[in-house]
Design a protein around this ligand. Structure first.
Ligand code: ARG
Length: 278
């Protein structure tokens, strides 16, 4: 079952004020400059598109000092627990800059009667940035390495009762699994080959009936690997990834292109900017 609920966080405090991934600095080594009014316009357009596509959108207020809170995919992992209750496993962000974001999501969950769980291990976990649902196959793909520690997936297996397929991320430009693997349902996936080791790539090739490769250039310049499927028909993606878009259209998808250039300056795009929850 595909979720219809979306949580976003307002970008009023969005900035690039530290660098924790290869996208946050320019060629001269300076932190990227964000145009905040432009970022707000791009974010509002994405929010309005979600609403237009029938999603129920909730918005968290911006918090001063937490510029990356807009990337609401990262602070938790949504699932339905054994009693059938909507639940979140709370993250432990790798960067100390981002760790204080998590409590705001915990508070929101409690207010919304969503059960929260805490990590049992000492490792890091960055929510649905690394733990991706195949909502149709009812399986989870778990990226690990740059941000998330592999051992957290034992707890995810236990909590969800679902299979978890582990995928090692080997290229720092693809520091979250959601930058390089898109699960579209119906045994279709798009992925960036460079992000995976031999073993991971051959697993993906045999696991899906259709696996399409996302060209490296489009993954880096257009964050094509960060596109979002909303059900079997609709894809929301950063504009400009022509090859990927053509491949999607051949498969019959309806594509909604958006502009996320200000957020790409922080290393994130569409998939990162929302939490799909139950
Ligand atoms: N600046 C943020 C970070 O490095 C970007 C997060 C992007 N989120 C994502 N799900 N890929 O943590």
């Amino acid at each position: 079952m595909w979720p219809v609920k979306v949580l976003m966080a307002h970008p009023a405090e969005f900035q690039v004020s530290y660098s924790i991934n290869p996208y946050m600095k320019d060629e001269a080594g300076n932190l990227n400059q964000v145009d905040v009014p432009k970022a707000i316009k791009q974010w509002e357009a994405l929010r309005d598109l979600f609403t237009h596509l029938g999603m129920a959108v909730q918005v968290l207020d911006a918090v001063p000092g937490l510029p990356d809170m807009v990337f609401t995919a990262n602070q938790s992992f949504p699932f339905v627990n054994a009693e059938g209750r909507p639940s979140l496993l709370m993250s432990r962000m790798k960067s100390p800059f981002r760790q204080p974001e998590v409590e705001h999501f915990r508070t929101w969950a409690m207010k919304n009667k969503i059960q929260t769980y805490e990590l049992k291990t000492s490792g890091n976990f960055e929510g649905m940035g690394d733990a991706l649902w195949d909502y149709e196959a009812q399986e989870i793909f778990g990226g690990f390495g740059p941000r998330t520690s592999v051992e957290v997936y034992d707890q995810i297996r236990e909590l969800t009762g679902k299979p978890v397929h582990l995928l090692k991320l080997v290229d720092e430009r693809f520091y979250h699994l959601d930058t390089c693997l898109c699960l579209l349902g119906n045994s279709i996936a798009f992925a960036v080959r460079e992000a995976f080791d031999e073993e991971g790539w051959s697993f993906l090739r045999t696991h899906f009936q259709t696996l399409k490769e996302i060209p490296l250039k489009e993954a880096l310049e257009n964050f094509a690997g960060n596109m979002l499927a909303l059900g079997r028909q609709q894809i929301v993606m950063q504009s400009g990834a022509h090859q990927t878009k053509a491949n999607l259209e051949k498969l019959g998808y309806q594509i909604h292109e958006v502009e996320t250039s200000e957020f790409m300056k922080s290393g994130g795009s569409v998939f990162c900017m929302k939490l799909l929850y139950f």
